[in-house]
Design a protein around this ligand. Structure first.
Ligand code: ADP
Ligand code: MG
Length: 728
């Protein structure tokens, strides 16, 4: 007897095995943390003191790198890597695909005696030349100068990637064209950090913080993801080629019981998580929290925050390690923003703040009047920046995948607003109104100075519906999707806040007019913050962002509402935005425009792949299964009729299935026509995807899902939601 299609279910449920992983690996965090990175500790023990001091100045103070130093570092790095079993090295970079790229070269160099030795020079370390002509570049790099080059980022530690058969050394790099134009996500992020550093230090000087030599943004990302059995994954062509299910009826039980959220972590999942965390510790990624998320089979991992550049590199490593380790447990990690319709999708909250090398968090309300004045100034700069550049924030997180999540009552809508909490809002309002801030409220720091407001030490209230929330000493940008690189949104945040600090710094200087007394500073900050808040306060909203009333109110306030990724992306090349990036040396106009082109093309390609996959699944899997069922029904009706049995129920079912088959067929034909239609530019094709292809895909899905509810379970050709989401 042929095996039933669904026999694999039981194998999936019982397939839990630790392929190749040590049974009880050491979890001595203090010893294993960072053991696979060539970080400061490794450098200090292996480099001559002067070289170490020199590289430290580059890493911590942003000083430019001496080529002699690179040579010495290269030799030490290679020795370290070879001790760790590395035979190859790679320049690890972040092209505009949003993921990472690498091409491996071995250390091997033949010697005169016919043998070989491992070699690696400063030149090999500093610069690489991947044959990278196929990476998206949006017209920046014509193919005749196609190669581009990678440049070592000494501020992010090199690391070892392990495989049971060997290891290699990965060196974080930036990726640019020969003309020096950025082809990646890292370069603009580094440039934006520099812009923020310069502007923030100028402002801090006015506040008398002379000992600060470096200001940087800090980032911590909460990554949500799904883990499902790999058996199901490989039986779903949509998961394999699109990362999400393109058809699939909702199961009788979804997430409504809230029994998964923060629940006990299933054994196989925990085993996978422990291994993920161990690998990440060894790579120096400070992961901290883990828990079950809202949807069945959905989880979260979050690290302790780090400087934005390292956090972005580490975020990529989190995604890579999750996907790699999952396979050792017979699982597949889905990073897509909406793998399953009808249950929550996945985001990647981007927690962001500004720190100094002297240990100040500039978004932390302080204990002294002086610190509070500084806090109000920096916080107002963020409010102003977000108000002025809602479009850029939306564009920075726009993707075909994130469209399924934003505004779907699980994530903020495509309207950027800010949550400050009632107390903080009250303080800003009073400053804007020129009132003396009251000191009556409990829980506020009694400072006894009239002009200086008392600030709540910890934001008591939380608002989970806000896209951009103040959470005590940082802002949490919640609209970020789970699959994307976090570099772009942090590049945008750094740049727009740098601009506001720049412009508010000028206002403050004018207001101070040379007076450097503490009283003058307090008064001037009050003036500037009041004026800025008055202009930007429409961005502040402490209510329910998921409500319909908010959409109306936001429109009255004149806030942007851009629910489609494509429309959000199309704001990127606006002159306001190209001028901003150019002014702060983050992106040239051409670099901004090339990014726009690349992102629009990716939108088009992503939806196009989904649409063709939907058509193929519907035509070659679902339609045949439905027709087969129909054949069984009609054969049964015929045979039963011959025996004079009442075949009413059978024929009714056959009629129902016939109708549904016809509906599916009509929907497939429509999708097929839309898939064949092509416009003559990428931009027009992207619009075609949004306006015609996505609705046609949706119709196929509806027809397919209706059939899934009637076709016998063991004849249905795809694993169902019930199986994928609940077999753990
Ligand atoms: P929650 O948002 O659930 O309250 P936490 O307060 O623990 O969770 O923080 C979530 C994330 O915010 C963590 O990754 C944490 O490291 C990060 N975070 C905390 N402080 C900062 C900061 N100053 N800058 C950037 N990220 C931060
Ligand atoms: Mg959070």
């Amino acid at each position: 007897m042929p095996a039933k299609a669904k026999d694999y279910n039981l194998t999936a449920a019982t397939k839990f095995s630790d392929n190749g992983a040590p049974a009880n690996p050491s979890m001595d965090v203090e010893n294993i943390f960072g053991e696979n990175t060539f970080g400061l500790e490794a450098m200090k023990s292996r480099l001559p003191e002067s070289t170490y001091e020199s590289i430290l100045a580059t890493i911590e103070e942003g000083e430019s790198l001496d080529p002699e130093v690179a040579n010495t570092v290269a030799i030490a790095m290679k020795e370290w890597a070879v001790e760790k079993g590395a035979t190859h090295y790679t320049h690890w970079f972040q092209p505009l695909t949003g993921r990472t790229a690498e091409k491996h070269d071995s250390f091997i160099t033949p010697n005169e005696g016919g043998g070989a030795m491992a070699e690696f020079s400063g030149d090999d370390l500093i610069q690489g030349e991947p044959d990278a002509s196929s990476f998206p570049n949006g017209g920046v790099r014509p193919t005749f100068e196609a190669r581009g080059y990678t440049a070592w980022d000494p501020t992010s530690p090199a690391f070892i990637v392990e495989n049971p058969k060997g290891t290699y050394l990965a060196i974080p790099t930036a990726f640019a064209s020969w003309a020096g134009e950025a082809l990646d996500f890292k370069t603009p992020l580094l440039r934006s950090m520099q812009a923020l550093d310069e502007q923030a230090r100028d402002v801090l000087e006015l506040f008398g913080e002379d000992d600060v030599t470096r200001v940087y943004s800090t980032v911590g990302n909460e990554q949500e993801y799904f883990l499902i059995d790999e058996e199901y994954y490989y039986r779903r062509p949509d998961l394999v080629s699109a990362g999400r299910t393109l058809v699939g009826a909702e199961p009788p039980k979804g997430q409504e019981l809230d029994d998964h959220y923060f629940g006990t972590i299933p054994e196989r999942i925990l085993s996978c998580m422990l291994e993920v965390e161990r690998e990440l510790y060894r790579l120096g990624v400070p992961v901290k929290t883990r828990h079950n998320e809202v949807a069945p089979s959905q989880y979260e991992i979050a690290p302790i925050f780090e400087n934005a550049n390292i956090a972005a590199d580490h975020q990529q490593l989190v995604m890579i390690v999750l996907q790699k380790v999952a396979r050792r447990h017979g699982l597949v990690c889905l990073l897509h923003e909406k793998p399953f319709a009808g249950v929550n999708g996945s985001g990647k909250h981007n927690n962001w703040s500004i720190s100094t090398n002297t240990g100040l968090n500039l978004l932390e309300p302080g204990d002294t009047p002086h610190n509070n004045v500084r806090f109000l100034f920096f916080c107002a700069a963020v409010i102003r920046a977000v108000y002025k550049h809602q479009d850029l924030l939306l564009a920075s997180i726009a993707s075909a995948g994130n469209d399924h999540r934003l505004g779907a009552n699980e994530a903020p809508p495509a309207i950027i607003s800010m949550f400050l909490g009632d107390q903080m809002t009250g303080i800003f309002e009073q400053i804007a109104n020129g009132e003396t801030v009251s000191s009556e409220d409990d829980g506020l720091l009694g400072l006894g100075v009239d002009t200086v407001p008392k600030l709540p030490k910890h934001a008591g209230d939380r608002n989970r519906t806000s896209p951009f929330a103040f959470t005590g000493n940082k802002f949490e940008f919640r609209a970020v999707g789970s699959a994307i690189s976090v570099s772009l949104c942090n590049t945008v945040l750094n740049t727009i806040v740098a601009e506001s600090l720049d412009e508010m710094g000028t206002m403050l200087k004018d207001e101070l007019d040379g007076d450097r007394s503490e009283e003058a500073l307090e008064e001037a900050v009050g003036e500037v913050v009041g004026e800025v808040y008055d202009e930007a306060q429409d961005i502040v909203f402490n209510g329910d962002n998921y409500s319909a009333e908010w959409e109306e109110e936001a429109e009255e306030r004149g806030l942007l509402n851009i629910p489609d990724a494509l429309d959000a992306l199309n704001t990127l090349p606006d002159s306001k935005n190209t001028a901003l990036f150019e002014k702060y040396d983050v992106l040239s106009e051409r670099e901004t425009k090339s990014r726009h082109e690349v992102f629009v093309e990716q939108y088009f390609l992503t939806v196009n792949i989904e649409a063709e996959t939907t058509e193929s699944i519907a035509r070659t899997m679902i339609l045949p299964a439905a027709v087969e069922y129909l054949r069984e029904l009609t054969a049964t009706a015929e045979q039963s009729g011959a025996l004079d049995l009442d075949v009413g129920g059978v024929s009714e079912t056959a009629e129902e299935v016939t109708e549904q088959v016809n509906a599916l067929r009509t929907a497939i034909d429509e999708l097929s026509a839309q898939n064949e239609h092509a416009e003559d530019s990428v931009a027009a094709n992207a619009e075609h995807m949004k306006d015609d292809v996505i609705p046609a895909m949706q119709s196929v899905r509806e027809a397919a899902d209706a059939l899934e509810r009637v076709v016998p379970d063991d004849e249905w050709p795809l694993p169902t939601y019930r199986e994928m989401l609940f077999v753990k």
